[in-house]
Design a protein around this ligand. Structure first.
Ligand code: 6CS
Length: 341
Protein backbone atom coordinates (compact mmCIF):
# COMPACT_ATOMS: atom_id res chain seq x y z
CA UNK A 1 0.00 0.00 0.00
CA UNK A 2 1.36 3.43 -0.92
CA UNK A 3 2.08 5.79 1.90
CA UNK A 4 -0.66 8.10 0.57
CA UNK A 5 -3.32 5.39 0.67
CA UNK A 6 -2.09 4.36 4.17
CA UNK A 7 -2.65 7.94 5.29
CA UNK A 8 -6.10 8.04 3.72
CA UNK A 9 -7.02 4.78 5.44
CA UNK A 10 -5.82 6.08 8.80
CA UNK A 11 -7.75 9.30 8.37
CA UNK A 12 -10.83 7.21 7.52
CA UNK A 13 -10.46 5.12 10.68
CA UNK A 14 -9.96 8.10 12.92
CA UNK A 15 -12.92 9.92 11.35
CA UNK A 16 -14.98 6.78 11.98
CA UNK A 17 -13.70 6.52 15.56
CA UNK A 18 -14.44 10.20 16.14
CA UNK A 19 -17.99 9.85 14.76
CA UNK A 20 -18.56 6.77 16.96
CA UNK A 21 -17.26 8.59 20.03
CA UNK A 22 -19.49 11.58 19.36
CA UNK A 23 -22.47 9.30 18.90
CA UNK A 24 -21.70 7.55 22.20
CA UNK A 25 -21.42 10.93 23.94
CA UNK A 26 -24.69 12.15 22.55
CA UNK A 27 -26.33 8.91 23.66
CA UNK A 28 -25.09 9.58 27.20
CA UNK A 29 -25.88 13.28 27.06
CA UNK A 30 -29.08 14.18 28.85
CA UNK A 31 -31.30 17.25 28.78
CA UNK A 32 -32.19 17.95 32.39
CA UNK A 33 -35.04 20.20 33.54
CA UNK A 34 -34.72 22.73 36.38
CA UNK A 35 -37.45 25.07 37.67
CA UNK A 36 -37.25 27.94 40.16
CA UNK A 37 -39.56 30.52 41.75
CA UNK A 38 -38.28 33.82 40.38
CA UNK A 39 -37.90 36.03 37.27
CA UNK A 40 -35.06 36.73 34.87
CA UNK A 41 -32.03 38.19 36.67
CA UNK A 42 -33.36 37.50 40.20
CA UNK A 43 -31.23 35.62 42.73
CA UNK A 44 -32.64 32.12 42.03
CA UNK A 45 -32.32 32.77 38.30
CA UNK A 46 -28.66 33.77 38.67
CA UNK A 47 -28.07 30.59 40.71
CA UNK A 48 -29.85 28.41 38.13
CA UNK A 49 -27.90 29.87 35.20
CA UNK A 50 -24.56 29.45 37.01
CA UNK A 51 -25.53 25.84 37.77
CA UNK A 52 -26.40 25.37 34.08
CA UNK A 53 -23.15 27.02 32.97
CA UNK A 54 -21.09 24.58 35.05
CA UNK A 55 -23.02 21.52 33.87
CA UNK A 56 -22.82 22.49 30.21
CA UNK A 57 -19.15 23.50 30.30
CA UNK A 58 -18.09 20.32 32.05
CA UNK A 59 -20.22 17.66 30.38
CA UNK A 60 -22.29 16.92 27.29
CA UNK A 61 -25.49 17.36 29.30
CA UNK A 62 -27.75 20.36 28.84
CA UNK A 63 -30.03 22.04 31.35
CA UNK A 64 -33.32 23.71 30.57
CA UNK A 65 -34.29 26.37 33.11
CA UNK A 66 -37.95 27.26 33.77
CA UNK A 67 -38.75 30.51 35.58
CA UNK A 68 -41.70 31.56 37.77
CA UNK A 69 -45.02 31.00 36.09
CA UNK A 70 -43.77 28.88 33.20
CA UNK A 71 -44.78 25.69 34.99
CA UNK A 72 -47.00 27.11 37.72
CA UNK A 73 -46.55 28.26 41.31
CA UNK A 74 -43.87 27.13 43.76
CA UNK A 75 -45.97 24.20 44.99
CA UNK A 76 -46.55 23.05 41.39
CA UNK A 77 -42.85 22.85 40.54
CA UNK A 78 -42.21 20.94 43.75
CA UNK A 79 -44.94 18.42 42.86
CA UNK A 80 -43.49 18.04 39.36
CA UNK A 81 -40.06 17.38 40.82
CA UNK A 82 -41.33 14.83 43.31
CA UNK A 83 -43.15 13.12 40.43
CA UNK A 84 -39.93 13.03 38.37
CA UNK A 85 -41.24 15.33 35.61
CA UNK A 86 -38.58 17.85 36.59
CA UNK A 87 -35.06 16.80 37.61
CA UNK A 88 -34.26 19.88 39.73
CA UNK A 89 -36.22 22.46 41.67
CA UNK A 90 -35.34 25.54 43.65
CA UNK A 91 -37.99 25.96 46.32
CA UNK A 92 -37.77 28.18 49.39
CA UNK A 93 -38.44 26.92 52.92
CA UNK A 94 -41.26 29.48 52.99
CA UNK A 95 -43.17 26.93 50.90
CA UNK A 96 -41.25 23.72 51.67
CA UNK A 97 -42.10 24.27 55.34
CA UNK A 98 -45.57 22.91 54.61
CA UNK A 99 -43.97 19.63 53.44
CA UNK A 100 -40.94 19.49 55.75
CA UNK A 101 -41.95 21.20 59.03
CA UNK A 102 -38.32 21.51 60.19
CA UNK A 103 -37.62 23.83 57.21
CA UNK A 104 -39.74 26.41 59.06
CA UNK A 105 -36.78 27.02 61.37
CA UNK A 106 -35.89 29.99 59.13
CA UNK A 107 -39.06 31.74 60.33
CA UNK A 108 -38.21 31.87 64.01
CA UNK A 109 -37.62 35.61 64.24
CA UNK A 110 -34.27 37.01 65.35
CA UNK A 111 -32.56 33.62 65.21
CA UNK A 112 -30.23 34.65 62.38
CA UNK A 113 -27.69 37.49 62.68
CA UNK A 114 -28.02 40.51 60.39
CA UNK A 115 -24.37 40.66 59.30
CA UNK A 116 -24.03 39.17 55.81
CA UNK A 117 -20.55 37.68 56.19
CA UNK A 118 -21.61 35.80 59.36
CA UNK A 119 -24.69 34.54 57.55
CA UNK A 120 -22.57 33.28 54.63
CA UNK A 121 -20.11 31.58 57.00
CA UNK A 122 -23.06 29.93 58.68
CA UNK A 123 -24.39 28.50 55.40
CA UNK A 124 -20.91 27.23 54.54
CA UNK A 125 -20.09 25.69 57.91
CA UNK A 126 -23.34 24.70 59.58
CA UNK A 127 -23.86 21.03 60.39
CA UNK A 128 -27.62 21.63 60.63
CA UNK A 129 -27.63 23.01 57.07
CA UNK A 130 -25.12 20.66 55.45
CA UNK A 131 -25.74 17.38 57.27
CA UNK A 132 -29.10 17.42 59.06
CA UNK A 133 -31.29 19.07 56.41
CA UNK A 134 -30.22 16.71 53.57
CA UNK A 135 -31.65 13.78 55.59
CA UNK A 136 -34.98 15.55 56.11
CA UNK A 137 -35.26 16.36 52.40
CA UNK A 138 -34.26 12.78 51.47
CA UNK A 139 -37.27 11.51 53.46
CA UNK A 140 -39.45 13.43 50.98
CA UNK A 141 -37.71 12.04 47.89
CA UNK A 142 -35.42 15.05 47.44
CA UNK A 143 -31.65 15.30 47.18
CA UNK A 144 -30.80 18.64 48.81
CA UNK A 145 -27.96 20.27 46.87
CA UNK A 146 -27.61 23.68 48.46
CA UNK A 147 -29.28 26.05 50.88
CA UNK A 148 -28.42 29.71 50.39
CA UNK A 149 -29.54 33.15 51.61
CA UNK A 150 -31.13 35.63 49.20
CA UNK A 151 -31.40 38.72 51.40
CA UNK A 152 -32.75 40.10 54.68
CA UNK A 153 -36.49 40.33 55.09
CA UNK A 154 -37.97 43.81 54.92
CA UNK A 155 -41.65 44.41 55.72
CA UNK A 156 -43.66 46.64 53.39
CA UNK A 157 -46.86 48.18 54.76
CA UNK A 158 -49.49 50.79 54.10
CA UNK A 159 -48.08 52.81 57.04
CA UNK A 160 -44.58 53.11 58.56
CA UNK A 161 -45.30 51.01 61.67
CA UNK A 162 -42.63 50.70 64.37
CA UNK A 163 -44.33 48.69 67.15
CA UNK A 164 -46.20 45.38 67.56
CA UNK A 165 -49.19 47.49 68.67
CA UNK A 166 -49.08 49.31 65.32
CA UNK A 167 -49.37 45.93 63.58
CA UNK A 168 -52.85 45.39 65.02
CA UNK A 169 -55.39 44.52 62.29
CA UNK A 170 -52.71 44.69 59.60
CA UNK A 171 -53.26 41.84 57.19
CA UNK A 172 -49.80 40.72 56.20
CA UNK A 173 -49.24 38.25 53.41
CA UNK A 174 -46.97 35.36 54.36
CA UNK A 175 -45.68 32.39 52.39
CA UNK A 176 -47.70 29.25 52.95
CA UNK A 177 -46.13 27.58 55.99
CA UNK A 178 -47.89 27.55 59.35
CA UNK A 179 -44.98 28.80 61.47
CA UNK A 180 -44.70 32.03 59.51
CA UNK A 181 -48.33 32.73 60.39
CA UNK A 182 -47.37 32.23 64.06
CA UNK A 183 -44.55 34.76 63.64
CA UNK A 184 -46.89 37.46 62.33
CA UNK A 185 -49.52 36.67 64.95
CA UNK A 186 -46.77 37.06 67.55
CA UNK A 187 -45.82 40.40 65.95
CA UNK A 188 -49.40 41.55 66.55
CA UNK A 189 -50.57 41.35 62.91
CA UNK A 190 -53.12 39.21 61.04
CA UNK A 191 -51.19 36.75 58.83
CA UNK A 192 -52.62 35.96 55.39
CA UNK A 193 -50.95 33.03 53.61
CA UNK A 194 -50.90 33.46 49.81
CA UNK A 195 -48.91 31.99 46.93
CA UNK A 196 -46.61 34.49 45.22
CA UNK A 197 -48.77 34.99 42.13
CA UNK A 198 -51.52 36.65 44.17
CA UNK A 199 -49.44 39.12 46.19
CA UNK A 200 -49.21 42.19 43.93
CA UNK A 201 -52.93 42.14 43.12
CA UNK A 202 -53.90 41.65 46.77
CA UNK A 203 -51.81 44.68 47.77
CA UNK A 204 -53.17 46.76 44.91
CA UNK A 205 -56.78 46.03 45.85
CA UNK A 206 -56.14 46.46 49.60
CA UNK A 207 -57.10 42.85 50.32
CA UNK A 208 -53.90 42.83 52.38
CA UNK A 209 -51.97 45.67 54.03
CA UNK A 210 -48.44 44.43 53.66
CA UNK A 211 -45.96 41.61 53.12
CA UNK A 212 -42.31 40.70 53.76
CA UNK A 213 -39.53 39.96 51.28
CA UNK A 214 -35.89 40.78 50.54
CA UNK A 215 -35.42 44.23 49.08
CA UNK A 216 -34.19 43.01 45.67
CA UNK A 217 -37.55 41.24 45.23
CA UNK A 218 -39.52 44.28 46.44
CA UNK A 219 -37.73 46.18 43.66
CA UNK A 220 -37.87 43.58 40.90
CA UNK A 221 -41.51 42.67 41.55
CA UNK A 222 -42.50 46.35 41.85
CA UNK A 223 -44.03 45.73 45.29
CA UNK A 224 -43.05 49.22 46.47
CA UNK A 225 -45.52 50.65 43.93
CA UNK A 226 -48.43 49.16 45.88
CA UNK A 227 -46.85 48.87 49.36
CA UNK A 228 -44.54 51.87 49.72
CA UNK A 229 -43.50 51.92 53.40
CA UNK A 230 -40.37 49.82 53.88
CA UNK A 231 -39.66 48.69 57.44
CA UNK A 232 -36.29 47.17 58.30
CA UNK A 233 -36.92 44.97 61.33
CA UNK A 234 -33.76 42.78 61.20
CA UNK A 235 -35.81 39.68 62.03
CA UNK A 236 -34.49 37.19 59.48
CA UNK A 237 -33.16 36.17 56.09
CA UNK A 238 -35.02 34.87 53.09
CA UNK A 239 -33.42 31.49 52.53
CA UNK A 240 -33.87 29.18 49.61
CA UNK A 241 -32.77 25.70 48.51
CA UNK A 242 -31.81 23.90 45.31
CA UNK A 243 -32.53 20.18 45.12
CA UNK A 244 -32.95 17.21 42.76
CA UNK A 245 -35.45 14.41 42.50
CA UNK A 246 -33.77 11.74 44.64
CA UNK A 247 -34.59 8.71 42.45
CA UNK A 248 -33.18 10.52 39.43
CA UNK A 249 -30.06 11.53 41.39
CA UNK A 250 -29.51 8.10 42.92
CA UNK A 251 -29.72 6.51 39.46
CA UNK A 252 -26.89 8.63 38.05
CA UNK A 253 -23.30 7.49 37.49
CA UNK A 254 -20.83 8.72 40.12
CA UNK A 255 -19.24 11.16 37.67
CA UNK A 256 -22.63 12.83 37.06
CA UNK A 257 -23.34 12.99 40.80
CA UNK A 258 -19.99 14.74 41.27
CA UNK A 259 -20.74 17.06 38.35
CA UNK A 260 -24.02 18.10 39.99
CA UNK A 261 -22.45 18.61 43.42
CA UNK A 262 -19.64 20.67 41.89
CA UNK A 263 -22.15 22.71 39.88
CA UNK A 264 -24.12 23.43 43.09
CA UNK A 265 -20.92 24.55 44.87
CA UNK A 266 -19.91 26.69 41.89
CA UNK A 267 -23.32 28.39 41.78
CA UNK A 268 -23.20 28.97 45.57
CA UNK A 269 -19.86 30.80 45.31
CA UNK A 270 -21.27 32.97 42.52
CA UNK A 271 -24.46 33.73 44.40
CA UNK A 272 -22.81 34.91 47.60
CA UNK A 273 -20.85 37.44 45.57
CA UNK A 274 -24.04 38.39 43.73
CA UNK A 275 -26.05 39.12 46.90
CA UNK A 276 -23.30 41.19 48.53
CA UNK A 277 -24.43 44.79 48.06
CA UNK A 278 -27.58 43.78 46.17
CA UNK A 279 -29.94 45.09 48.88
CA UNK A 280 -28.41 48.58 48.83
CA UNK A 281 -28.48 48.70 45.03
CA UNK A 282 -32.14 47.65 45.01
CA UNK A 283 -33.07 50.27 47.62
CA UNK A 284 -31.34 52.98 45.55
CA UNK A 285 -33.34 51.89 42.48
CA UNK A 286 -36.60 51.97 44.47
CA UNK A 287 -35.86 55.45 45.81
CA UNK A 288 -34.99 56.69 42.33
CA UNK A 289 -38.22 55.26 40.94
CA UNK A 290 -40.70 56.45 43.56
CA UNK A 291 -41.15 59.45 45.82
CA UNK A 292 -43.95 57.73 47.76
CA UNK A 293 -41.54 55.30 49.41
CA UNK A 294 -40.60 55.71 53.08
CA UNK A 295 -37.72 53.85 54.75
CA UNK A 296 -37.93 53.05 58.46
CA UNK A 297 -35.07 51.28 60.21
CA UNK A 298 -36.17 50.13 63.65
CA UNK A 299 -33.85 51.26 66.45
CA UNK A 300 -32.66 48.90 69.19
CA UNK A 301 -35.53 49.77 71.53
CA UNK A 302 -38.11 49.13 68.81
CA UNK A 303 -36.45 45.86 67.81
CA UNK A 304 -36.53 44.76 71.46
CA UNK A 305 -40.34 44.87 71.42
CA UNK A 306 -40.53 42.57 68.39
CA UNK A 307 -37.75 40.33 69.67
CA UNK A 308 -39.67 39.81 72.92
CA UNK A 309 -42.26 37.93 70.82
CA UNK A 310 -39.71 35.46 69.39
CA UNK A 311 -39.73 32.84 72.21
CA UNK A 312 -43.41 32.01 71.63
CA UNK A 313 -42.64 31.27 67.94
CA UNK A 314 -39.70 29.08 68.95
CA UNK A 315 -42.03 27.18 71.28
CA UNK A 316 -44.50 26.65 68.42
CA UNK A 317 -41.68 25.39 66.20
CA UNK A 318 -40.85 22.72 68.78
CA UNK A 319 -44.54 21.82 69.15
CA UNK A 320 -44.77 21.37 65.37
CA UNK A 321 -41.57 19.37 64.92
CA UNK A 322 -41.14 17.42 68.19
CA UNK A 323 -37.86 16.07 69.57
CA UNK A 324 -36.21 16.00 66.14
CA UNK A 325 -37.01 19.67 65.56
CA UNK A 326 -35.70 20.60 69.00
CA UNK A 327 -32.41 18.82 68.29
CA UNK A 328 -32.16 20.58 64.93
CA UNK A 329 -32.79 23.93 66.62
CA UNK A 330 -30.06 23.24 69.19
CA UNK A 331 -27.63 22.30 66.44
CA UNK A 332 -28.63 25.40 64.44
CA UNK A 333 -27.96 27.62 67.46
CA UNK A 334 -24.64 25.89 68.14
CA UNK A 335 -23.58 26.38 64.50
CA UNK A 336 -24.52 30.06 64.70
CA UNK A 337 -22.52 30.48 67.89
CA UNK A 338 -19.51 28.80 66.28
CA UNK A 339 -19.44 31.19 63.33
CA UNK A 340 -19.99 34.21 65.59
CA UNK A 341 -16.95 33.42 67.74
O1 6CS B 1 -42.55 35.95 48.42
C1 6CS B 1 -42.44 35.03 47.63
O2 6CS B 1 -43.32 34.17 47.55
C2 6CS B 1 -41.24 34.97 46.71
N1 6CS B 1 -40.13 35.69 47.27
C3 6CS B 1 -38.92 35.51 46.79
C4 6CS B 1 -37.78 36.35 47.22
N2 6CS B 1 -38.63 34.53 45.95
C5 6CS B 1 -39.61 33.57 45.46
C6 6CS B 1 -40.85 33.57 46.35
O3 6CS B 1 -41.88 32.90 45.74
Amino acid sequence: MSSMSKLKKLAGISAFAFAAMTAANSVNAANWRYAHEEYEGDVQDVYAYKFKEYIEENSDHTLQVYRFGELGESDDIMEQTQAGILNFVNQSPGFTGALIPEAQIFFIPYLMPTDISTVIDFFRESKAINEDFPKLYADKGLELLQMYPEGEFVITLDEPVTTPEGMKNKKIRVMTNPLLSETYSAFGATPTPLPWGEVYGALQTNMINGQENPIFWIESGGLYEVSPNLIYTGHGWFTTAAMANKDFYDGLKDEDKKLIQDAADYAFEKIITHIDGLADEALAKIQAASDKVTVTRLNEEQIKAFKARAPQVEKKFIEMTGKGGEQLLNQFKKDLKDVQK
